[in-house]
Design a binder for this molecule. Structure first.
Ligand code: FES
Ligand code: FES
Length: 153
């Protein structure tokens, strides 16, 4: 099988890999780079469990082929800590009890981060709209929304 050379940055670290042309970014992150925060659930782009940030935009890593990210910057949940300190969104999710099984959590937090990066003080309806494409089967969303509101204060 022919492979493709791909160079990109993950959580500010340079990565160079030979990958199959059809390998997804989710597979690369989880299976080659041991970054297992992004989860595989639907594999169809529907649930958001696999969300990562690609050049500042939240994307479904199950729908992105790794050769497509050549030259780009990827941020995963593992890259959100600032030194030993958790990101305010991570702290707020823990404090608010917005994490139950945790399967949706990294996608929720990364999606919320891109919102706070472009609007540090979002209104509640904007928070709801932003995370509406991410599925949570456990929390009922209320605590997730509250956690994002706390992180925005
Ligand atoms: S696993 Fe990628 S969107 Fe559901
Ligand atoms: S905490 Fe379980 S799916 Fe959201």
């Amino acid at each position: 099988m022919k492979t493709v050379k791909v160079k990109f940055r993950v959580n500010n670290e340079p990565v160079t890999l030979q990958v199959k042309p059809y390998e997804t970014l989710l597979e690369t992150l989880r299976e080659r780079l041991s970054l297992t925060g992004a989860k595989e659930a639907c594999s169809l782009g529907a649930c958001g469990a696999c969300t990562v940030i690609l050049n500042g935009i939240p994307v479904r890593s199950c729908l992105i082929l790794t050769p497509e990210v050549d030259g780009m910057k990827v941020t995963t949940i593992e890259g959100l800590k600032q030194g030993e300190k958790l990101h305010p969104l991570q702290k707020a999710f823990i404090e608010k009890g917005a994490v139950q099984c945790g399967f949706c959590t990294s996608g929720m937090i990364l999606t919320a981060k891109t919102l706070l990066d472009r609007n540090p003080k979002p209104k509640k309806d904007e928070i709801i709209r932003t995370i509406s494409s991410n599925t949570c089967r456990c929390t009922g969303y209320k605590k997730i929304i509250e956690a994002i509101e706390i992180a925005a204060k």
